[in-house]
Write a protein that binds this ligand. Structure first.
Ligand SMILES: CC(C)(COP(=O)(O)OP(=O)(O)OC[C@H]1O[C@@H](n2cnc3c(N)ncnc32)[C@H](O)[C@@H]1OP(=O)(O)O)[C@@H](O)C(=O)NCCC(=O)NCCS
Length: 155
């Protein structure tokens, strides 16, 4: 994939990130399906956080042939634990973009120093499980949400 670029986001990417969230099947394995207003507010909040608290957030986007194809985000919460999420537009899935985005995210998290990291994934979300498995050392049932697994690692 010669034309795949992983880069930091620009304000003008907001709509395209929302479009990834809105693409087919995005919320199939989520506990709830937020409406458009909530998705827009969520993406706005990411961009606000990038300015107000840059040490606690990492956001990358994948650009394929000059079009935004996906994103990956890590946000640092309690006890220096990063929480990771990634999404690829339905039209561009199964081309390795999710893996490349997560690799970039982990490289940056490692650079930022010792920490733990977790990802919560539905047990039926095979694509996501395959994508995250390479990066996390352990996983187990997530007691907080029936049917979900929690992947964890630290460095
Ligand atoms: C999860 C998601 C980001 C993966 O993105 P992607 O670019 O398609 O992932 P990749 O192409 O890098 O594939 C990752 C692995 O999953 C496999 N895979 C991808 N889609 C699959 C599918 N529908 N069924 C089974 N396996 C699948 C790939 O073959 C690859 O496996 P490998 O590691 O053995 O080579 C994408 O499916 C998505 O956006 N899903 C909706 C949102 C979501 O569930 N996010 C995850 C929350 S962390």
């Amino acid at each position: 994939m010669d034309s795949l670029i992983i880069r930091q986001p620009r304000s003008s990417d907001k709509e395209d990130i929302v479009a990834v969230y809105e693409s087919r099947g995005f919320f199939d394995y989520s506990p709830s399906r937020p409406d458009l207003k909530v998705i827009v507010a969520t993406v706005d909040a990411y961009f606000t956080e990038l300015v107000s608290d840059p040490a606690s957030i990492i956001l990358y986007v994948a650009e394929l042939e000059y079009r935004l194809a996906g994103f990956a985000i890590a946000r640092k919460g309690a006890r220096a634990t990063w929480e990771v999420q990634s999404g690829v537009h339905f039209d561009h899935r199964k081309q390795g973009i999710g893996h490349v985005l997560l690799a970039a995210l982990f490289e940056e998290m490692y650079k930022r120093g010792p920490a733990a990291c977790k990802a919560t994934v539905h047990a039926g979300n095979v694509a996501s499980i395959k994508m995250v498995s390479r990066f996390f050392r352990e996983h187990g049932e997530f007691t907080g949400l029936p049917g979900f697994l929690q992947f964890t690692t630290s460095w």
